[in-house]
Design a protein around this ligand. Structure first.
Ligand code: COA
Length: 187
């Protein structure tokens, strides 16, 4: 039976999934998401394919794209990852990486790192904050590699330092925040 809250039977989802199973080795392209139903739908399908991400409606995703920076990673025009980023309210606030996700078929080929680096170059003056679950080995390794790649110093910060909503998680979730200090990047 058709379930409107499930993307699995939406037209095109199956073809996209099939395509992920035979991804070409072409380079990944990172671009800013546009406020279109198509990009909102790509995000929804990737949310469905990635563990640890909530599946949102197309409308919700389009409003997210409207309100903040969303980057999409594509291989041969097919989306394989995305990243949601929020600049803090004041100039001295960090850039919050709220979510980075790469579909399982495209993991461990540098796409998560490419997404984070693309976010960082758009806000070179800001330090960078993100939160991870302690047992998310992939995310923690990604964050360490990211900090290293921008010559930043990553450190754990107290849970209350930032609002959970800025970090992209809900009250009661047990994520731990991290901060990358970028003062060495320009040396
Ligand atoms: C976390 C995630 C985005 C990583 O994406 P990715 O494209 O595979 O990451 P990269 O290929 O850029 O890898 C970056 C580093 O992390 C390492 N890494 C990635 N996945 C790993 C894993 N499962 N175990 C150990 N190390 C891992 C890579 O080897 C690389 O380190 P290296 O350069 O020293 O080899 C992806 O696993 C994912 O989407 N997970 C589900 C969503 C999630 O948990 N997001 C993070 C919280 S917001």
């Amino acid at each position: 039976m058709f379930n409107p809250s499930s993307p699995y039977h939406e037209p095109g989802f199956g073809a996209w999934k099939q395509r992920l199973g035979a991804l070409p080795s072409s380079e990944v392209v990172i671009r800013e998401a546009e406020q279109t139903a198509q990009d909102g739908r790509w995000m929804r399908w990737m949310q469905a394919d990635c563990e640890s991400t909530n599946i949102q409606s197309v409308e919700y995703n389009v409003s997210k794209i409207e309100q903040q920076l969303v980057l999409l990673a594509e291989i041969a025009d097919y989306p394989v990852g995305f990243c949601c980023v929020l600049a803090g309210r004041t100039n001295s606030d960090p850039l919050f990486i709220q979510l980075v996700a790469v579909v399982p078929a495209a993991r461990q080929r540098g796409i998560g790192l490419a997404l984070l680096r693309a976010a960082a170059v758009r806000q070179p003056q800001r330090n960078i904050a993100m939160a991870t679950l302690d047992d998310n080995v992939a995310a923690r390794r990604l964050n360490d590699r990211f900090a290293q790649s921008i010559r930043g110093n990553i450190q754990r910060v107290p849970v209350r330092r930032f609002r959970p909503s800025d970090l992209g998680f809900a009250q009661g979730e047990h994520h731990h925040p991290w901060m990358i200090d970028r003062q060495h990047e320009a040396d």
